[in-house]
Design a protein. Structure first.
Length: 693
């Protein structure tokens, strides 16, 4: 009935009207008292502080659910697992402003509930670039000062470092998916001597008071430098709408010693954010503001190489075409006629040095300087390049002896031979014969390459000159660590096997002036393998494990959300003076667990519950005394005269309290009607109390 709210303690009066067979209605007033929870012991008044973990609970802990006496104080503490953080804390349904590490209830006077929700730590990927090894350093929570991610030449000594910013602390550091110990974490650095693999360092932070510095709404900024060695600000998590500064510095020159096998030169090719150009090749930093989505910053560098193409025709041999890094030299370019032959034409970078047919002979043999080409990159350390010099030691009919030092541009050398007694040849004569000149070079690294079409019977060899109507064989040699990817001719691409050393260009594909590019990449063992942390995929479903404790002082494991097919152990205990009276698992009493004090759910496939009921340990009864008076014999005002439970009292109104609805005074109901009325009333109240409980 609306008159009684069983959830609200207090005194209630219910008016019931009873119709009489003679047509007269009679009114009875029922007094009903609803007593305040908790039950069952009014004298002790126990209150329960219920605790619960939700979300990524693996390895996390929280103070168990506990029943305590009224007026007690109780501290609830929690700790996330090694791979999680606190998302929110609810106390009695209200979310705390800060995800504190504990909460204390003072002077307990009601039941309370603490729910801690956790999330798995995010994981950012590790980077890699072929032919090098990368140490990726990612930070989480914005509370760490870390070294940048860096790409190294194999065999270098590498290191990563970290330190907490003011107001923060380092909560965990993982290296290649393995969490460091507290001492290793406190060391603030990890070393990778003579690096031979990629590494990933993840640095997690929290606030100095231990509260979380992360949020499920955080966004990810990933960074990577590709194509060559260099440094770049590591990846991080950032707040929605926040900012992040990214700086990078490519290694322009690996060593100033141009003859060192490790010598290489690089320049920035592109800077992209989420696949779109975001900065110039000369820029070295950018600011990402008002971040509303995940960002991926990729700085791509490429080798700076130049080609020396050598073309020859006739009875003689010439050096192969080569590709070199900027600053290196091709010092031994030679053209040697066969016995009984001579050189009749030499052209160097478009300048005719010897043309016997046209009467052009070398005017001088000396070293000639070249103006250095512009190199626009901002350099991490100032590179040291030799001055570009052409060493033209000999260029006549007997021999070509040529060298380029400090190369900073492409070069083309043409050498034509003719037999003694035959007319001299020049470049125009070769083209008139139906051959075309092509150049060739390596892209992506150094190497040598030849386009040497077999000569027809009676036709001299002609490397660098081809008959476009026929197939053209191409052969190459690459330094250790490089492998071919494809051959590019104009807009045509010919895929290559990584172990190939030659291929053939189909007939009718080449035309005058074409450049043939052999695209290569540098590789090192396992350079494409990273070892990031393996993030556990989110469970498709979470299932509840509910726990409860009643009847006395004690504790029981917090309730939790558990992954489907996961497991969860519930433990319980009673305080001195109490014992376990009953254990119910999923509502079924389990006498076998009375002394077990724990139960484990394995391969969880549905919601479960554990309810433990305690009781006071029986004590010896006191000596018998005279029974206290009760009922009508009890003294007024004594405890025996007071109801000890929710009570109902049927009473008459003052004077004639049982009255007809007309207001006319009437005689009292016959005894049988009064008893029937009270019986009906007590029956209704019994049903009401049963509903309340």
């Amino acid at each position: 009935m609306d008159e009684i709210d069983p959830s609200k303690p207090g005194d209630y009066t219910v008016t019931v009207t009873y119709p009489s067979p003679d047509g007269t209605d009679y009114i009875a007033h029922i007094d009903y008292e609803v007593k305040a929870d908790p039950t069952p012991d009014e004298q002790r008044q126990f209150y329960q502080v219920t605790t619960r973990l939700e979300g990524a609970i693996e390895g996390a802990s929280i103070t168990p659910t506990k029943t305590l006496a009224a007026g007690s104080s109780h501290k609830v503490s929690w700790q996330p697992g090694p791979d999680s953080y606190v998302v929110s804390v609810e106390v009695d349904g209200k979310v705390l402003k800060d995800t504190a590490t504990s909460w204390t209830f003072e002077d307990l006077a009601a039941h309370h509930q603490v729910t801690v929700t956790l999330a798995q730590n995010p994981v950012l990927p590790g980077g890699f670039t072929y032919g090098h090894y990368t140490v990726t350093v990612n930070s989480y929570g914005q509370g760490a000062q870390v070294s940048p991610s860096q790409t190294y030449v194999p065999g270098s000594d590498a290191q990563a470092s970290w330190a907490a910013k003011e107001g923060y602390q380092i909560s965990a550091v993982w290296v290649d998916g393995v969490q460091l110990t507290a001492d290793q974490c406190a060391a603030g650095a990890a070393s990778f001597p003579s690096i031979g693999a990629n590494h990933v360092v993840d640095v997690y932070t929290c606030k100095a008071d231990g509260t979380s510095a992360q949020s499920p709404d955080d966004l990810k900024v990933t960074t990577q430098i590709k194509g060559g060695p260099g440094t770049i600000t590591g990846g991080a998590t950032v707040t929605q709408g926040g900012s992040y500064h990214v700086a990078w510095e490519p290694v322009i020159q690996t060593t100033p010693v141009v003859t060192d096998p490790a010598y290489a030169v690089y320049e920035v090719k592109s800077v992209e954010v989420n696949g779109a150009e975001a900065a110039g090749t000369a820029d070295r930093e950018m600011q990402l503001d008002n971040i509303k989505e995940n960002k991926n910053v990729v700085v791509t560098v490429r080798p700076v190489v130049y080609h020396v193409s050598v073309q020859s025709y006739g009875p003689g041999t010439a050096s192969a075409s080569r590709t070199l890094y900027k600053g290196q030299g091709y010092l031994d370019i030679a053209g040697t006629p066969q016995d009984g032959a001579r050189i009749t034409y030499i052209e160097i970078d478009g300048e005719v040095v010897l043309d016997e047919k046209a009467g052009i002979t070398p005017s001088s043999l000396k070293a000639a300087g070249f103006s250095a080409g512009a190199f626009s990159q901002v350099r991490a350390t100032a590179p040291q390049f030799p001055a570009p010099v052409k060493h033209q030691r000999q260029a006549n009919g007997a021999k070509l002896d040529l060298g380029f030092e400090g190369i900073d541009q492409d070069h083309v050398v043409k050498v034509l031979f003719a037999k003694e007694g035959e007319d001299p040849l020049n470049d125009e004569d070769v083209h008139d014969s139906g051959l075309i000149g092509v150049t060739a070079g390596v892209e992506g690294g150094p190497g040598s390459i030849d386009v040497d079409q077999p000569a027809d019977p009676g036709t001299p060899p002609h490397p660098g000159y081809v008959d476009p109507t026929k197939e053209a064989p191409v052969a190459w040699e690459l330094p250790d660590g490089y492998r071919p990817l494809e051959l590019v001719v104009g807009d045509q691409r010919i895929p290559l096997d990584p172990d190939a050393t030659s291929t053939t260009i189909p007939a009718d594909l080449l035309k005058e002036g074409d450049h043939i590019s052999l695209v290569v990449e540098k590789r090192a063992a396992d350079d494409d393998k990273t070892h990031p942390r393996q993030q556990t995929p989110p469970a498709p479903e979470k299932l509840r494990i509910d726990t409860s404790l009643a009847g006395g002082l004690g504790s029981i494991s917090a309730g939790a959300q558990v992954d489907r097919h996961g497991s969860y152990t519930v433990t319980w205990s009673a305080e001195p003076g109490y014992r376990v009276a009953k254990v119910l698992v999923d509502g079924i009493e389990r006498p076998d667990l009375l002394e077990a004090f724990s139960y484990t759910f394995e391969d969880v496939g549905e919601h479960h519950s554990v309810a433990v009921e305690l009781e006071a340990v029986p004590v010896d009864p006191p000596a018998e005394k005279d029974p206290a008076p009760s009922g009508d014999d009890a003294a007024p005002g004594s405890s025996a005269s007071k109801p000890t439970d929710d009570r109902l009292v049927a009473r008459q109104e003052a004077g004639s309290r049982i009255m007809p609805a007309t207001g006319d005074e009437a005689l009292g109901l016959p005894g049988i009607m009064i008893a029937g009325a009270l019986l009906l009333t007590v029956g209704w109240l019994a049903l009401s109390r049963r509903w309340q409980s």
